[in-house]
Design a binder for this molecule. Sequence first.
Ligand SMILES: NC(=O)c1ccc[n+]([C@@H]2O[C@H](COP(=O)([O-])OP(=O)(O)OC[C@H]3O[C@@H](n4cnc5c(N)ncnc54)[C@H](OP(=O)(O)O)[C@@H]3O)[C@@H](O)[C@H]2O)c1
Length: 248
Amino acid sequence: MTEPTSSTSTNNAWAADGLTVVIGASGGLGAAWVRELGLRHGAQRVLGLSRQSQPPLDLTDEATIAAAAQCTAQWAQAQGQPLRALLLATGFLYGPQGQPERSFTQLDPGYLAHVFAINTIGPALVLKHFLPLLANQGPVLAALVSAKVGSIGDNALGGWYGYRASKAALNQIVKTASIELARRNRQATCLALHPGTVDTALSQPFAKTGLQVRPADVAAAELLDVLEACGPDKNGAFLDWKGEGVVW
Ligand SMILES: NC(=O)c1ccc[n+]([C@@H]2O[C@H](COP(=O)([O-])OP(=O)(O)OC[C@H]3O[C@@H](n4cnc5c(N)ncnc54)[C@H](OP(=O)(O)O)[C@@H]3O)[C@@H](O)[C@H]2O)c1
């Protein structure tokens, strides 16, 4: 764990009061975010949601997303503080629905539908139900974890058709939402993040030697440092864990 850091942007969503909701709190990165935010701001200012939380949030079931958003609004009201930050750390790469493709001959409609459901459509529905909960005044943040392999400009290796495409589509949704959100609140920052390679269940079968694999707690703290330094000048950005822009 890192020591609490001071804010480098007066526009950052955690500069003053406010609450944070983390979606994907059961995952490697999401759980680490909940822990680190608790250390930095106090556990009462963080709400973690997942398929296992109460209420449960399943990205493939919009009714659970809507119900979780309603509970989040009630939680913020009970805390007497505005919701200032939405962090999304959900994602899918492999599972019973299939494996990332090594060739176009392996493209499978079932895998493609699932990877888009979890990496693109579910997060879009989270934006639909949670962005309206963010405070209309003062700094607010929505940060969605994407992946550098979703970058079209950076794609030199090929492979992983579905995962790449689902993250590229997520990036477009984040960018589009950032424009609309800024019309509601000029101090809004809505961006996509590349976390680097993180030691989680998602990366475990694919983390090759030579890649810089970081523990989830380290990656979570580094990403929060990046987010704390972000203000509206980074609205619509695609940033990596060092705070550098990633090509779309
Ligand atoms: N790890 C890396 O090296 C790496 C690199 C680049 C990008 N990323 C991205 O980083 C993000 C975090 O991934 P991670 O590494 O922390 O992976 P992880 O430990 O496997 O976490 C994935 C999360 O997604 C959730 N999820 C999956 N299907 C869901 C559904 N239907 N409804 C609700 N939640 C669902 C999981 O919930 P359950 O616990 O309920 O399954 C879990 O909370 C993802 O967007 C991933 O694409 C990771």
